[in-house]
Design a protein. Sequence first.
Length: 255
Amino acid sequence: MCQTYKIAICDDLATDRNYLSSLCEIWGSHNSYHIQISEFTSAENFLFHYAEKKDFDILLLDIEMGAMDGVTMARKLRQDNHTVQIIFITGYADYISDGYEVDALHYLMKPLQEEKFFTVLDRAVTKLIKNEKVLNIISQGEMIRLPICQINYAEVNSNYITIHSQQTITLKMTLSELEKKLDSHFFRAGRSALVNLKKISPQEDKTPVGCYCMLSISVVALRHYDKAYYYRNYHSEYEKQLIFNKTNHQCKTAD
C-alpha cells in the first residue's frame, strides 16, 4: 500500500492554491505517494478546521493573508503540534527570520521553482519518517517494532486489544493505555476502537464500493478494511458511531 501524506495549502490567492495543489499531485505521482490535499483561504479558516482535525503532515503556508498573517498562525499551531512540516511560500523576504522561530522546514519565494519545491517536499517526508513513533510490543515472546503509521485501527476484545496493521497483534492492554502511546492522527471511537485518521478516506455522494459508503451525511470510511466510522455534524457537536458488517463489507447506517 502506498504511503499517504496529508497536505494543507493556506493561501488567500486561488491561483496560487491551485498551482501548489497541482505541483503536489505531480510530486506525489512521481514518488507513488497517496496525497490528500486540503485548501484554505485564510489563517482563520485553517485554524477553524484544525480545531477539529489535527492530522496534517505538511503545511504550505503563505504569509501575507487577511487579518491574521501566516507567521502568527504558525505560532498558534506550534503550541500543540511540533511534527507538522511547515513550508512558507511567499512573495516577501522580510519574514525569513520568523520562520526559524516557528521551526519552519523551509522558506520558498514566489514564483516557485518546481525542482526546488519538490526537493523541499522530499526533505519534509524524510523528517516525518525520522520523527516517526514506534511501538515496541512483546507478542508471543517476540519483540516487535511497529511504526504507528502502519496501524490501521485497534479494537477492544474482552480484556485484550487487537491491533490491525500489516499483521494482526493481540495484547493484554487497555485502549486508554494504547492511546497514550499513539499520536494525534488516531481518533478514539467511543470505548471500543482507535482509528488511524490517515487510513480514512472522505467520500461524497457515491454508491458503496467495497467499504466505501456515501450517505446524505458526512462520511468517512476505512480504506480496504471491514470497519467504517461515520460522523454527523450536529451544529458544533459530532455524533460518532461505529458500523460493522463482517459478511459482505457493505456499509450500513443506523438512524
